[in-house]
Each structure stands twice: as C-alpha cells, then as structure tokens.
Design a protein around this ligand. Structure first.
Ligand code: SF4
Length: 409
C-alpha cells in the first residue's frame, strides 16, 4: 500500500554512507531494542550469533523503565561501539540476516517519523553527519514536498490524533500554526534573533488566549502574518537595551550546567575545548576578565553572523518540523519555545568561542560538524535540557524578557 508522506526535500538525497561515516551511529550512545526484535534474535538458531546475542545484548528488567520499545539494549564494547559492528563499519545483523532483522531503532535512525492524524511526516536528525550536511548547508533554505512511499511505517517517534483533543483546541489547527512558525523562521528580511522573538510573541499569544474557534486562530495568524511582511518587526525590539553582563551570566550558568553532565564523545570534546580556548574562559579568573574576552570573541563572531544565519535557520526549521513544535502533552507551549531558544543560544555560544579560536580556519563545515556533535550529545540529552530549563524556571528566567537578553547583541 502506498502512503502519502510529507518530507523536507533533502531527505530524497539521503543515503547512509556507512564505512565512510566519521561518526557512526553505532557508537557511544544507548541503542534500545524493541521487544519484537529481541524475541526474533532469541530464536535465531545460529550458535555464533547466540553467543554474541548473550554477550552483546542486555535485557532491561527494571519494570519502571522497560517497555515494548525499550525492552533491551546493546552493550557497547571497549571502544564504546555496538558489538555487532563489523571491521568494515557495517552492521553485522543486517549483513547476516537482512534489513528485516534490524531493531526499530536501527531500521529508522537517522529518520524521524511522525504521524499527524492520517498524514505521515518524515525528516532526519542532524545528529547524523550526512543528514547534517544535507539539511544545514542548503543556502536556499529547507523546502517540503509530498511523496508516496511503498512501505507504511509501523511505529512513530511522535503521533497526534486531533480527535483525542477537545473540539476547537489548538491541536485541531496545528498544521496552520506550525507552518506559520516555519514561515517566520524563513523570513530572511529580518534577523534571525528577531524572527525567534517574533515566534515567542506568537506562541505566547496562542498560549494565553482562549481561542474557541478555528476562525479566531486563523485571524490571529493572519494578523501576525500581515505584520511580519508589512510592519517593521525590528522596531518591536529596538527599545530593549543590550545587556551583555546579564547575557554573559546566564550563558555561563547554562554552559557550566553542561560541564556537570560530562562529555564522553571525542568530537564534541574537541569542539568544546576550542570553545573554551576561544573565550579564554577559566573559573579561576575574575568574572570581569572572562566577560571582557567573551565580548571580544563575540565582536569577531558578529562580523560574519549574518552570512551563516542560513545554517541556523535550517537547523531551527528542521527542529520545528520534527519535534512537532510547540505541541506537548500538557499544553505548555511556552516551555517548548524555551527549549527551542536553548538549542539556539547554546549552539551560538559555543560557536562564538570556536570562531575566536579557529580564526581563519572557521568555516561552514566546522559549524556543521559542531552542530552535529552538539545534537548528538546535548540535543538527544533530554535530562540535560530539562535541568537547564528548571534552572531558568527557578531563577524566573523562563520568559520573553530573559530570552531577549539572551538573543540581542
Ligand atoms: S550516522 Fe548517518 S551516515 Fe553515519 S552510519 Fe549512521 S546513518 Fe549512516
């Protein structure tokens, strides 16, 4: 049966580069195995496979954590790699038994499949270096198209059935909301940080007002759309002063929260060291000295920021599309907006330091390489982002005013 699928056009060109990949997806993170695949592996009558199965796969017995999708996990070897990975960096399970034997995680990654009512949406995560290059380096911006695919998907990363929500709720109008947010992100006549704040104003409005009909919401979208094109959005944020001291303080606390988590990925570690060197940051120095060097690094970065904005724009468009932004189960859309901002400011903060350290060697490939390793280490680390959000909440910083301080230079 053919199934209609909406996807960003870059997905058409994606092909796993396997042995050529500089950062295989089979290393350094948890590979969960679903129940069906686990049972299938258990039945394979092949003694050498069974030996590897017993040594390389661990059943998750903790009933609080274990479920149909997270039933077992791969035990990584001494090189932190999946023990089924061959010397040629190919998947041993796929090689020996075919694609149908891959567990759900491995058969889908790096694709993200969502279902919105009867519509399937497919995109790719930039934690895969090949997807990162395809999605982020497109200067024209991410475009979408509908295609027909042969194989219907069985499981989804996210699923939304609008019938589950009360009539006339925002979930019923989700399509319009999200594509308007993508439209704002791709409005290049204004700076990216202003686009992000404009999205904040829009999300805050739909969060705070009790829209009861679809037409009310569509009117709101029309008003925001009109102002985006016909009024000077930049004027909205002109009066807000730049506050470098507070910006630096918030950024420092956010960055230090990352250090507490630890870094176990060599590529990310390298970028992180470049970042620290670039801003000459040291906890033993006085804050005013650290701030001075940060300001200097930022000055260099701002010289080229507009040129590289398209990479961030593509990152954010991809993020909004694949996370079904701003939806979540408890209807707190502003929290999802905070996560969006956190991704942006953390990536930007690191790049300010990396640019200062690499000077003339800083280029778009370095940027994409950093974003890929960031996505793998931080983007996929929900616990860390939740912790940072909690920190913002506890310090009453989870509001548009604080985000303006973080974004405006
Ligand atoms: S990270 Fe991407 S390109 Fe690399 S092995 Fe995995 S799917 Fe293939």
């Amino acid at each position: 049966m053919k199934e209609k699928t909406l996807h960003p056009v870059y997905m058409k060109d994606f092909k796993c580069i396997g042995p050529e990949c500089e950062d295989t997806c089979c290393a350094s993170w948890t590979i969960s195995i679903d129940k069906k695949s686990y049972k299938k592996y258990k039945k394979i009558a092949n003694p050498s496979f069974q030996k590897k199965f017993k040594e390389g796969i661990k059943r998750i017995k903790d009933s609080n954590n274990s479920n149909e999708n997270y039933y077992a996990k791969m035990k990584l070897d001494e090189k932190s790699q999946c023990s089924f990975l061959t010397d040629d960096k190919l998947c041993g399970i796929q090689q020996q038994f075919g694609e149908s034997y891959l567990c759900h995680t491995c058969s889908v990654y790096p694709r993200i499949i969502n279902k919105l009512d009867d519509n399937i949406e497919k995109s790719g995560t930039v934690s895969c270096p090949e997807i990162a290059r395809l999605a982020l380096l497109n200067k024209e911006g991410i475009q979408f198209e509908i295609i027909e695919v042969d194989k219907p998907y069985q499981k989804y990363n996210g699923e939304l059935q609008s019938n589950d929500f009360k009539l006339n709720s925002l979930e019923h109008n989700y399509w319009n909301i999200r594509f308007f947010i993508i439209e704002i992100l791709q409005e290049r006549s204004i700076k990216l940080w202003e686009r992000l704040l404009y999205i904040g104003l829009f999300v805050q409005k739909i969060q705070s007002e009790n829209y009861t009909t679809k037409s009310e919401l569509n009117n709101l979208i029309s008003t925001f759309k009109y102002n985006l094109v016909n009024s000077n959005v930049s004027d909205l944020f002109k009066q807000i002063p730049v506050n470098m001291e507070t910006q630096y303080k918030i950024l420092k606390l956010i960055a230090e929260a990352r250090q507490i988590e630890g870094i176990n990925h060599p590529k990310f570690q390298k970028h992180y060291n470049d970042f620290l060197k670039g801003i000459s940051y040291s906890s033993s120095r006085h804050d005013s000295e650290n701030l001075q060097d940060y300001k200097e690094a930022l000055r260099f970065y701002l010289e080229i920021e507009r040129e590289i904005e398209y990479i961030f724009e593509n990152y954010l468009v991809n993020y909004v599309f694949q996370t079904m932004f701003p939806l979540n189960t408890d209807g707190n859309y502003m929290r999802e907006y905070s996560y969006l901002i956190l991704h942006y400011v953390l990536i930007r903060l690191h790049l300010v330091g990396i640019k200062a350290n690499l000077e003339g060697n800083f280029n778009e490939y370095e940027i994409v390489s950093f974003i890929q390793s960031f996505s793998r280490n931080v983007g996929h680390n929900k616990g860390y982002l939740q912790k940072v959000y909690k920190f913002l909440e506890e310090n009453s910083l989870n509001n548009l005013g604080s985000y303006t301080i973080l974004l405006k230079n």
